[in-house]
Design a protein around this ligand. Structure first.
Ligand SMILES: [Zn+2]
Length: 121
């Protein structure tokens, strides 16, 4: 993947991560109607323990999303970004544009979802 494309996806992922993190910071710590300036300090406190709180407080869908976003950023550092975690084939860029945190190519995604449905009954 070209460097400019990678940079673009990284920006998308960081933005998504920020959104999710802020969302949780508001709802989990201050409550929705108690916003004040102290929220701005949240970013500085985002250490590991704090992130664990976020993961805990997030709803299932959001928690999973944030986890995928973080792991996509990790893969970017490791050089594995854009490859399917299951079959290793490149994920279509169109798919990454819609879901920069996608872990699987479209075919594997279907299989994974099928397996999850079977696992949960
Ligand atoms: Zn695949």
């Amino acid at each position: 993947m070209r460097k400019e494309r990678l940079a673009y996806f990284r920006k998308c992922l960081l933005e998504k991560q920020r959104q999710l993190t802020e969302e949780v910071g508001r709802t989990a710590i201050y409550g929705k109607d108690q916003e004040d300036d102290s929220i701005k300090d949240l970013g500085d406190q985002a250490n590991t323990a704090y992130n664990r709180e976020f993961f805990f407080e997030l709803g299932n869908g959001d928690r999973r999303l944030l986890r995928d976003v973080v792991s996509a950023l990790q893969k970017m550092d490791d050089g594995g970004f854009g490859s399917c975690e299951r079959c290793g084939e490149p994920i279509a860029e169109k798919r990454l544009e819609a879901l920069p945190f996608a872990r699987y190519c479209i075919d594997c995604q279907r299989l994974v979802e099928q397996e999850e449905r079977m696992a949960t009954g």
